[in-house]
Design a binder for this molecule. Structure first.
Ligand SMILES: [Zn+2]
Length: 203
């Protein structure tokens, strides 16, 4: 058997294909299970880096501003992501606070930091120090970053509470929604191309 580092392996059924050049908007699908193998016209390193910096700014906004404001009979209260994690830590279910802190603050923060680190070096055609460890860390972090679950939870809470109280989504929630989309866009297949792009320079 010969081996070819360029082969594409279907993530769903392990079929092996030799790559074909794809044009803008073209998609390569697995013949056996129809899963998407590759998309043509991927984002450039500059675009990925710009989106990562955007994600970092949105992350700061999502954490600095309240995600939800609740008012009742003239009294008003608002909470940021960090305040909601702190509130969880005080109750009977305090271990949940650690999980919440990890999945909605720590994991996304590390993801964004690693993306900016890797991409700023890739922009000048170099592999960042610790390239392999950082790329693997990104893959391991992905299942732990649960911003979309958090977002869904807040939206359900807003809809449920709306009948009883005066509930308003805060600026932090809008930032969180945009951040969720950005992280899904960048951290998935987009970033894996670095393995191929930097093939000759990875130590
Ligand atoms: Zn397949």
């Amino acid at each position: 058997m010969t081996s070819n580092p360029q082969w594409i392996i279907c993530e769903h059924c392990d079929s092996v294909y030799s790559p074909v050049p794809l044009g803008q908007g073209e998609i390569a699908r697995c013949v056996r299970c129809a899963a998407i193998l590759e998309r043509g016209g991927q984002m450039s390193i500059q675009q990925l880096l710009a989106l990562s910096i955007g994600a970092a700014l949105l992350f700061v906004l999502a954490n600095a501003f309240p995600v939800i404001t609740i008012s009742l009979k003239g009294l008003s209260n608002q909470a940021t992501l960090w305040q909601s994690v702190q509130a969880l830590a005080q109750g009977d279910i305090s271990p949940i606070a650690a999980v919440a802190g990890l999945t909605i603050i720590l994991a996304p923060m590390l993801q964004i930091a690693l993306l900016c680190w890797l991409l700023s070096y890739a922009l000048v055609g170099r592999a960042a120090p610790g390239f392999k460890a950082c790329m693997r860390a990104l893959e391991h972090l992905r299942p732990w970053s649960m911003l979309e679950v958090c977002l869904l939870g807040i939206l359900v809470a807003i809809v449920k509470l709306a009948g009883m109280l005066d509930v308003h989504p805060g600026l932090g929630l809008w930032a969180l929604a945009m951040l969720t989309v950005l992280i899904i866009l960048i951290s998935g297949k987009g970033i894996r191309r670095l393995w191929k792009d930097l093939e000759g320079v990875i130590p």
